[in-house]
Unconditional design. Structure first.
Length: 342
């Protein structure tokens, strides 16, 4: 009787072995005539451990091992079935409680695992969203800084070259430099406001993103820097939303900026905008100021990568590279609908 409950110490780790040990000790105790009400309690505790920590295929055979000896004794001793029925009912109840607890624990573990996976997925989505937003802001910053600085540098060079012979012309050019710098500063403040959030003081004074209607002003700035730009439009733009207009604007801006940086202010460029019902074709060609263009170095492809990302966002195609002869060409095919890309 003293040894009988000792195996219960390991009931969580090895419930089947513990049940076998307690059952064996119980049989030995019965054989030598040792009697105690605790004997059945110990056996039922070991049976509960089997049902609680092992699958049901282990629990019900263990329950049969507990009940069947009593059934045999009732056959030998006579028709006193009350105690047998009571013990059998308690045994089945113990097994059912153990199986229910095991099922509940498995269900709770599955819920916890699902909640953890959902939390990880949420965090991953949040990180991806932050990375996408950073890439978008970096792309906008590159477009704004590269374009306006290229225009400012070209205008400053022109002003320096004309100061001695035409001071009035130089003063007018420097006024354009100032206006371009103010515009760049305004766009930079707007982007910084986006990074700070809606509560930033500048939020109420932000200008809208540039679009199709701003391409004429863009072309005029590049013309003022010295590049001879021809703008041609075919078709009528659809109701595509501000994102589509921004994509077209930035593609034209980046292409003209590259013309200004690499071909110089004495180059000529042609911008063609062909609007279709489902999208637009954007083509920018320059003559390279009579020089053959070379593919850019991998470290100097940020502008091309930004254009490719904008085109890909609308399921389009981008071709950019040297022309047959002098100059560079950019051709983008974009597909729009009423839904902005995610």
């Amino acid at each position: 009787m003293v040894l009988l409950p000792v195996p219960l110490i390991w009931r969580r780790r090895a419930p089947v072995s513990v049940f076998a040990a307690t059952t064996g000790l119980f049989v030995v105790a019965q054989a030598i005539g040792a009697q105690s009400p605790a004997a059945l309690v110990v056996t039922l505790t070991a049976l509960y451990a089997v049902a609680r920590y092992r699958p049901a295929r282990f629990a019900w055979p263990a329950a049969a091992v507990t009940v069947l000896p009593g059934f045999g004794n009732r056959i030998e001793d006579g028709p006193a079935w009350g105690a047998f029925v009571a013990v059998s009912a308690i045994t089945v109840t113990v097994v059912l409680v153990g199986v229910n607890q095991r099922t509940r624990s498995a269900y709770l573990a599955a819920l916890e695992d699902r909640a953890e996976r959902l939390e990880q997925d949420r965090d991953q989505r949040a990180r991806l969203a932050v990375a996408d937003e950073r890439a978008r802001v970096a792309r906008e910053m590159h477009d704004v800084v590269a374009h306006h600085l290229a225009v400012i540098v070209a205008l400053s060079d022109g002003a320096a070259a004309t100061t001695a012979v035409a001071p009035e012309r130089a003063a007018d050019v420097m006024g354009q430099v100032s206006a371009t710098g103010r515009q760049a500063l305004g766009e930079m403040r707007r982007l910084v406001g986006l990074l700070r959030g809606a509560s930033a003081p500048e939020a109420g004074t932000r200008a809208p993103q540039p679009g199709l209607d701003d391409i004429d002003a863009l072309v005029d700035r590049v013309r003022a820097a010295g590049v001879r730009v021809t703008l041609r439009r075919d078709g009528v733009p659809g109701d595509w939303g501000p994102g589509a207009g921004l994509a077209v604007y930035r593609i034209v801006q980046e292409a003209l900026t590259n013309t200004l940086k690499h071909a110089g202010p004495h180059a000529a460029a042609e911008v063609s905008l062909c609007y279709r019902a489902a999208g637009a074709d954007v083509t920018v060609l320059d003559d390279g100021a009579g020089r053959a263009a070379r593919p850019p170095e991998p470290s100097d492809r940020h502008g091309l990568a930004g254009m490719a990302e904008r085109v890909t966002a609308y399921g389009g195609r981008l071709r950019a590279g040297p022309r047959h002869g002098p100059g560079w060409q950019v051709h983008a095919t974009l597909t729009f609908d009423r839904t902005e890309p995610t």
